[in-house]
Design a protein. Structure first.
Length: 350
């Protein structure tokens, strides 16, 4: 079974083709990705209307590129999967509309997939994939969550974002420091030259018996220190503040994740989402898991960002387990706000 995946939830247009045989892990045949980072950089963040229009321009050319790279044609596609939510409404509608139109033209089913489920399952495309059950740390954009995962579609929420997510804390702190877009990678680069102990920044909620996340207080503290640095001729204090900010975010993520492993008595950890590419976070999690004789799994760096491969994979794994309802009326909707643990997850198909 071949599944074409279309991802257009925000500022990346991702297309991929995966193949499955029986119950084996799906194989990635080809993928293509276009990032809108340069287009949005002038505005300091994603402009939804521009994002939607760019998706329209990119989806079909990228689809042709993927099929050519895989040595496949449209007739060989069995299912067209797309991101149904969460994300920007206009951007989601582009992918959903194209996917359902293509499926209708081919006489094949289409399936809406949860964006975060795609991230969650993306490590299964790695050379060393995880096995169920595991604890998952999802750190993607406006989402920071800890989940206990027992199988595809079986997700128990352990901790969630109360206000700002980790990715937002990175981006907003970077903006306060006058860094470019996207802020997270820019802050991480500047942090390489700073002293992570230079500023005593808060670690929200660490003193409570809770696995929830809150980074709004950290952002406020960064703002206070950043204002004091305005007009300073020396770059070192900014680098120190960047390093201290990164250390605070990573510290919260690592300590709560280790608490989740202990609470669930699980020995496997999956880390997914854009913030999962942060090298400091990866190193700390590897070190802490080794101390506890636990295994940690990351997606390939190329799969940390939004991509079509994770959407095709999630669809294929759901279809393998018979938990994806396929129909042929080709009606569709999108869910800009869609909790990962909501039921029925990705049940509506077109």
């Amino acid at each position: 079974m071949r599944v074409l995946g279309i991802e257009t939830s925000c500022d990346e247009t991702g297309i991929a083709l995966v193949d499955t045989e029986g119950d084996s892990t799906p194989t990635l045949l080809a993928q293509a990705l276009h990032s809108q980072v340069e287009m949005h950089a002038d505005y300091g963040g994603v402009v939804p209307e521009l994002a939607s229009r760019d998706h329209i321009r990119r989806v079909l050319p990228l689809t042709r590129e993927v099929l050519q790279s895989a040595g496949a044609d449209l007739a060989s596609i069995d299912v067209v999967a797309y991101t149904r939510g969460p994300g920007l409404a206009g951007a989601l509608l582009v992918g959903a509309g194209v996917a359902c139109a293509l499926a209708a033209a081919l006489g094949k089913p289409a399936l809406g997939i949860h964006h975060l489920e795609g991230h969650l399952l993306s490590p299964f495309l790695s050379a060393d994939p995880p096995t169920f059950p595991f604890v998952a740390l999802l750190v993607s954009g406006g989402h920071t969550q800890l989940l206990e995962v027992t199988d595809v579609g079986a997700y128990a929420l352990l901790g969630d974002t109360i206000d700002d997510a980790a990715g937002e804390a990175f981006d907003k702190s970077a903006k306060l420091l006058g860094l470019g877009y996207p802020g997270g990678p820019a802050l991480a680069r500047l942090a390489e030259f700073g002293d992570r102990t230079a500023y005593a920044l808060p670690r929200p909620l660490l003193q409570r018996d809770s696995l929830d996340f809150s980074f709004a207080g950290l952002k406020t503290a960064v703002r206070t220190h950043a204002l004091k640095l305005e007009g300073a001729n020396c770059e070192q204090p900014r680098a120190d503040l960047a390093a201290s900010t990164q250390e605070a975010i990573v510290d919260v993520l690592v300590r709560k994740t280790m608490a989740a492993l202990q609470r669930t008595s699980c020995s496997r950890l999956v880390v997914a989402g854009g913030v999962g590419a942060n090298t400091v976070l990866r190193a700390r999690l590897r070190s802490e898991c080794e101390k506890r004789q636990a295994r940690v799994y990351f997606p390939e760096l190329a799969l940390c960002t939004d991509n079509g491969a994770m959407i095709a994979l999630a669809a294929a794994m759901r279809l393998q387990r018979g938990i994806a309802a396929l129909s042929s009326d080709y009606a569709f909707d999108v869910l800009p706000r869609w909790p990962l643990t909501a039921e029925p997850l990705a049940a509506r198909a077109a």
